[in-house]
Structure formats: C-alpha cells, structure tokens
Write a protein that binds this ligand. Sequence first.
Ligand code: ZN
Length: 87
Amino acid sequence: MKRLELHACPVRDCRGKRQRWEAVCGTCWPLLPFDKRKAILDARKARARHLEASASIDAVAWLNEHRPADLAAKIMGERDAGAAEPP
Ligand SMILES: [Zn+2]
C-alpha cells in the first residue's frame, strides 16, 4: 500500500498539511464558505476531476483574499470592541 503523502496547504501563510486529495488543510477547510466547500465535494462525488480542480483553485483564491489570520483578528477585534463597550 502506498504511504500517505502530506502536501503543504496552498493557502498563503498557512503552514498546514493536507492529503493529496484535499484542496486545503483541515484548518483552512472550515473557513471556506459553504458554497465553496459544496462545489468541491459535489465535483468529487461526481468524479469530475477538472471541476474539482477548478473549484479547489477558486477556494484557495478565496482564502488568499480573505486571509484566515485576518478573519481571526477581525473576530477577536469585534469581540474585544464589544467587551469594551459599556453595558
Ligand atoms: Zn491551510
């Protein structure tokens, strides 16, 4: 049996590892909008490799535009701002 090879996650500034068949790592995956994840899963289910590839590229491009670190900072910032507000 072939050993499972891990690949670097293609998302910028992400140090995660992914399986060959995964578009992004397990950290980035849940950050994707539902429709982007669905596009990848639907294409995979239909065995439409070209559609899965283009959906994966689209998903990575989205993540690069909406950097996970920025999203996290925004969420934390909003939380902090909310906490700082008087009741
Ligand atoms: Zn990642």
